[in-house]
Structures are given as structure tokens and as C-alpha cells.
Ligand binder design. Sequence first.
Ligand SMILES: [Mn+2]
Length: 442
Amino acid sequence: MERFVERRKRLLSTIEEGIIFIPSEELKIRSNDTQYPFRQNSNFLYLTGFTEPNSLLVLSKAKGLEAMMIFVHKRDSIEEMWTAKGIDQDTIKENLRLTEVYDTETMDEVVPELLKKHCNVYLDLYGDDALMNKLRGHCRKLKRVRKTKGHKYPQAFIDIVDEIAKMRAIKDGTEVSRIKKAISLSKRAHLAAMAYAGPGRNEHDVAALLEFLFKAEGGSGPAYASVVAGGDNINTLHYSENDKLLIDGQLMLIDAGAEFDGYASDVTRTFPVNGKFSDLQRDIYSVALKSQESAIAMIRPGVTLHDVHNKAMSVMIEGLIELDIFGGTVEDVIESKQILHFSPHRTCHWLGLDVHDVNPHLDHFDNPVLLEPGMVIAVEPGLYFPKSGKYSPTKYRGMGVRIEDNILVTKDGHKILTKGIPKTIDDIERACAEEIQELVIP
Ligand SMILES: [Mn+2]
């Protein structure tokens, strides 16, 4: 729990004076009276480790004095009978090392008392309108009576999320170990999927297998909507139907990763449905693989995500020139932007509590953020030849490849955290030939 206190202190150290509000996520209705499975707000989770909905973290700093408070929903005995046992406030206070724990129901009395000691309010300025409006309402009342009562009222509402994002960008040891655990679940799931998938199987069943294994060993399930795409479905980047039959002779792509204790993994593999690459499939797979490996090879502190992306693109273009898909030089192809016909998305993103973690790619002066030890990124070049695409070369139509690994930036370079998940043509063909049984029930 110490790490959460330390993070809150670091966040408070970024402000001179003020009060910070970080709300939890709330339960969302799925249909009528049923709810979606609850997922905590990542910033709230990062600062508290607390997984209850309807909570509000409040941090304050005035005249050098700091306070850390939380509002939590207190369950009564009837509610406890229907949903879950509540945690008593003393336990929360002690476990989370807080100055004060309040019942959510007292918020309208307590929050104005806190606000009138501060000049600045920090929050997710572009987040929850309800919270913002509530706080503005309190401040309006404080302003009206300030002359007679002689207290302060907040005069500035300031966005705090970039400060938290910057902190979240550098992972500590416990965070890296959680990402590694999520990856180990993803590894087992991808291995099982390669063994299980085959002609006549359905994308849906492969997705179900993946998600079953993402929940093994305490995993919380998929970190994002799994993409399980056979054949030309690969060329729909956010394909999510996952319900078509897998056909002999086609490639298939799985972009799916487990979440563990709030931390995401994000893994993509492409392999032949029947377990053996055809010559044409080898051609384009090798281009994507070389592009991805070259891009990863340059990851080290001081490099930017732009650099890594540009490397992936130039090596991919080289490969496509060798396959006679492009004429001219790499520079010509970059200049003409033709590569966007076949590879339209960015190659890199941050990874952490969110699968596309929130650290900006540019700093406040629009300079690309430099990689630092402790950052975790996903590298995922893709190459797509849609069946109906007017630029797709005839012989590669309906094929597509994306390969994605998760990389930890280290002091002297990088570490590929997803290394054990088959990626070379030989390793993939071997994994496809495995028996499924032992992979699912160890
Ligand atoms: Mn990704």
C-alpha cells in the first residue's frame, strides 16, 4: 500500500496549493437492471488500488499541509445481502493510509468545507461533467457568501490528468511484474489458440478459448475487445464480430491480451489457419516480421516513438520494393505516402493500466516524448491487402499481417516481454502443430 501513498505524495508535489478530485468509475447499465462488469478508473486505481465504484479520492495541500481523503459508498445490511459485503471505513482508512474516510452521502456537506480552504481545484477538466457541475455549484455558493464569512473560494479549475499520465508512463517494479503476469496469461492463450484453430473451426470459439485462459490464475479477462479474424477479416482493423468460419489456406490474425490486476498486455500474432505458410503468405509475413524486428531493435532511452515508427515503415517499404509491390526508392514511397494504402496505422503506443496508455506522445512544446527506462510500449506494424482494395496486388488479395510485442525500455536498451510467444515462421508452424489438450488444462 506504501506505493499508493508515495504516488499521491508525488502528485501533490506537482502543485503549489489546491485540492485534487479523482473520481472512481461508476457501475454502468448493460440492459434494464443488469450492469456491465465493473472496471475501476485507471487514474483512481493508480492512486489508491481501491476497486469499489462510487468513490471519490480527494487530495489537498494548503500552507504546506497535505491531506488524503476518500468518499466511499457505505453499504447497509440489506444491500450487503443482495450484492457484496462492504468494507468498514476504519479498515479502508488504515489500508489506504488516508487522513479521513467519509460516507458518500455526506459529500454535499463535507466538500464545501474543503473547497473554502483552497484557491485552486484540480481535476479531469474534460472528464465527468456531473462532478464538475457539482463543484462549480458549491464554489458559486462560497463566492456569494465569502465577504460576510471571510473564507476563500476556488478561482481556478485546472486539468490534472497529464500530471498523472506522466507519472504512469514510468512503471515501477510492481507494475512491470503485473504486466509480465498479464503477458504470461496471453502467452498461454495464444499458444492454445494456435494449436486449436484450424479449417472448420469458428473465430468465435477461438475467441472463447482465449478469454477462458485470460481468466486463469486470477487474470481479470481480456484487456480490450479481442480481434479474432480469419482471411480478409484481418483487413478490417477493428474487426470485432469474431463469428466467421476459418477456411483452409487463409491466414488468421489474433489481437488479444489479458489484463492482470488492472494492467494490460497487448499481443498480436498472425498464422496460417491450416498451420503451414504458403509461399505468398511467407512473402508478406517475412516483410512484416523484419519491419517489426528492426523497429524493436532500435528501442533504447532517448529514442522517440516517431523514430521507432519510421524505422518500421522504411524497412517495410524496402521489403515491398523487393516484392515488386512498389517501384522506385524507399524515399520515393515515403514521399508519395503510398505505404498508407497497405499500412495505414501508427506502429507504437504506450502500455500500462490502459492498453493505449495515457501518456501523451508529444510534450507541451510539441516535441516527441523521449523513451526512458521503465516505459512499456507496444510495437505493431501491420500490412494489409484487402480483397476489395483497389491498390491490393492481385496475388496477395485477402491477406494481411500484424505482429505485436510488448517492450520494456531498460537502462541500456530494451527487453521484449512477449518474447516466448511464437513469432518466426518455424516457431509458429511448430505451435500450430501442437496438441491443444495440455495447453488448456496444465
Ligand atoms: Mn496494440
